[in-house]
Ligand binder design. Sequence first.
Ligand SMILES: Nc1ncnc2c1ncn2[C@@H]1O[C@H](COP(=O)(O)OP(=O)(O)OP(=O)(O)O)[C@@H](O)[C@H]1O
Ligand SMILES: [Mg+2]
Length: 223
Amino acid sequence: MAVISLVSSKGGVGKTTSAVVLAGEFAAAGRKVVVIDADPNRPLEAWSGLRPLPDLLRVVIDDSAETIIDTIEDARADADFVIVDLEGTATDRIGFAVARSDLVLIPLQSSVLDAAEAAKSVKLVRQMWKVANREIPYRVFFSRVPPAIRERTARDIERQFSGSAVPALPVSLTDRAAYRTLFSLGGTLHNLENADVSGLENARENAREFTQAVINSLRGEAA
Ligand SMILES: Nc1ncnc2c1ncn2[C@@H]1O[C@H](COP(=O)(O)OP(=O)(O)OP(=O)(O)O)[C@@H](O)[C@H]1O
Ligand SMILES: [Mg+2]
């Protein structure tokens, strides 16, 4: 049904982490999810091999720009949510995925707006509006935000983006050990136990709020 792509021209900003967090929340809510690993480094393939995934969650590997549209459309026919995890460098495949998306999410690392990075990804999305002949919704969001500055960051987001043409998610993904642990132990936040990592409840709460903000964006709620 809904296709969500994680896009950034910069590496290591939290695309794959966000993809896994969203997938885990959707599956926990009883929705069928396909996560497409469209990164040559195959981070999701590695993640999916660590621990059995929920029945409702499936990882599909995509090979190239030539196949990405078919991979997305096949997944769309089979799932409630399709999440596309893309590589952190500019490629044709990213453009194709964006053109097929219902929502593009652009993570920004740091609590201060990385204006240049955001602008590059936003420009790509808006370029793809012409290719797709429709306005593809997109949102930027802050990822890996230290929890201590969470409140300030919420205000920063409002201040930095209000009045600008760039729509932002009202929730940041906080920096939590639990999110890193997903890639050492595998599975979703719902598979982890308090003994595995500290701050698990906080991470779960953040994941819920983040996912709700994404759903609201899919429903067309203004940023
Ligand atoms: N919210 C978070 N809390 C804690 N660690 C995080 C968070 N987001 C990302 N990280 C860590 O930062 C690193 C990069 O994250 P991730 O792989 O998700 O980024 P990416 O944008 O997908 O990178 P790439 O461009 O290489 O695909 C990883 O080690 C990940 O565990
Ligand atoms: Mg990645």
